[in-house]
Write a protein that binds this ligand. Sequence first.
Ligand code: KG4
Ligand code: ZN
Length: 334
Amino acid sequence: MIRVLGIESSCDETAVAIVTGERAILAQAIASQEAEHGPYGGVVPEIAARAHAERLAPLVERVLDEAGCGLGDCDAIAATAGPGLIGGVMVGLVTAKALAMASDVPLMAINHLEGHALSPRLADPSLRFPYALLLVSGGHCQILRVAGPGRYRRLATTIDDALGEAFDKTAKILGLGYPGGPAVERLAQEGDASAVDLPRPLVGRQEPHFSFAGLKSAVLRAKQAQGSADYSDADIAASFQQAALDCILDRTRRALREMDDVTALVVAGGVAANRTVRAGLESLAGEFALPFTAPPLPLCTDNAAMIAWAGVERLAAGFAPDPLDLKARPRWPL
Ligand code: KG4
Ligand code: ZN
């Protein structure tokens, strides 16, 4: 039975997990840095790197303990090697290299985006390649055709902000603090999604990409004009969420017309935790008579089980381990 230890440290979650080839998460631990970054309204890279360095080794010990195994029982140590905040990525990757060297276990360098892209298969054994993937996180907004580990075709990306970034900026404008996505989703439940007239950038356009900068600016203008208008913060949140959803549905519908061989529509990444987004995509999948899959909420936001699982998938697909002099990559397209 394949068993992989995964390490994730590319943003503000320090996470470790052990996952098997049979999709069992034997143990996992995650230390969030919300308290450290909250006062700054966003992730401070230097603080993040230091926090990863302090927390990672004890988390590895705890997870091995919980799983009741030693490093030598693992078939690989998989670590995020990019893209992400380089200080944090280096902490995770160097730790993984040291563990690999000390225990003589192979190293698998994982692209964080591949972790998100394959995460739905960890939870759903019936999900087969190729599938259409909407990857929506704090740093990325892409539509991919996923044909297997290492086999991705990108059909669309954002020309400015990522969707999670737009949620986070909306949260900031509304004074909801950090992290913003879940707070916007909560507030939106109490609002009227048609109360504020917001733009839907690129909707209906032939070019395949996303754009959220104009929507974010419109949210700022709506907040500034609130005094003389008749809508609440909840109305702004709900209207923003609806506009964002309309954009991703239009763009994904366009991309699906170009992918006639996919087995499912899948969403992954932090914004996939949003219930309105999930419901909208589920009905879009219905339009194309496709099944819809979204990972369970804890697998949507950054975690180490998805990194370990990507290691399992790569091992099973015959990818060679990575050399110990491999470099961390702040940018690394799939
Ligand atoms: O995948 P992730 O944890 O980290 C990156 O790889 O970027 O995604 C984090 C992003 C943040 O922008 C966060 O605000 C957003 O996902 N997010 C959400 C929700 N939960 C997290 N956005 C909307 N609704 C949510 N429930
Ligand atoms: Zn992520």
